[in-house]
Write a protein that binds this ligand. Sequence first.
Ligand code: MBD
Ligand code: FE
Length: 282
Amino acid sequence: STTQQSPTAAGSGANASENFKASAERRGVADTPPERVAAIVTAVLKGVHGAIQEYDVTYPEFQAAKAWLMAVGEGGEWPLFMDVFVEHAVEEQVAASQHGTKGSIEGPYYLADQVRLESTCRLPRRDDEPGTALVLEGQVRGLDGTPLGGAEVDIWQADADGYYSGFAPHLPEGNLRGVVVTDAEGRFSISTVQPAPYQIPTDGPTGRLIEAAGWHPWRPAHLHIMVRADGHRTITTQLYFAGGEWLDSDVAEATKPELVIDPQDDGTGTRRATYDFELEPA
Ligand code: MBD
Ligand code: FE
């Protein structure tokens, strides 16, 4: 058996930063006019100045904050920090004008261009992949109920130890990641394993902040899913598990009641859940 090496914060942070920089084309570039930049940055700084006044912040605290911000950059943890503490607020703004299946945050661990899989498939996994077998099946439809054949269900998840391939050196590339193409009726059936809750690395600056504040570093177990179909608005979301630990106290505040599934044992030790995705016109 192999020695399990858990990823260091610096290792996964560096990978997440590199991946983020390399994916600018997919995300697009903001074209924010100067007045809007000024208004937003003024509001942010006003919040900072207000906190300094409210708490009578001292010079040692100000310098500690500077040192911490530098460490976040040096450790490559800006993608992690931003997605854990800020992204949910942006997603909630977008959600106000989005119909169909609810979205959730993308987080720092999406990788584009993973293996394409048939509608009934098994995600790439190790021969000795640990964890309970899990099958997610369902249908992709338009808002009007039209089945969307040839849609892409792009799925990525942590393994049963809570680690993501591409961000943990002991995991093979592409593990528990894949782009599942729906059949003519828009259906898919994906065989995978139950993910574990995700813990923010405790050995990096984000983890140290969480500890210093007395918060907990956990996200509930989740599957990440991006659903794409021609002529439709892409949806980025996550599915959570009924009764799962941290479901009501996600450090990233990214859970929604509509995104909780409740897989049931099918009698063979495999847990199965159905979830349908509804996409609005682009
Ligand atoms: C994750 O797995 C995640 O989904 C988010 C949003 C932030 C950090 C780790
Ligand atoms: Fe995640």
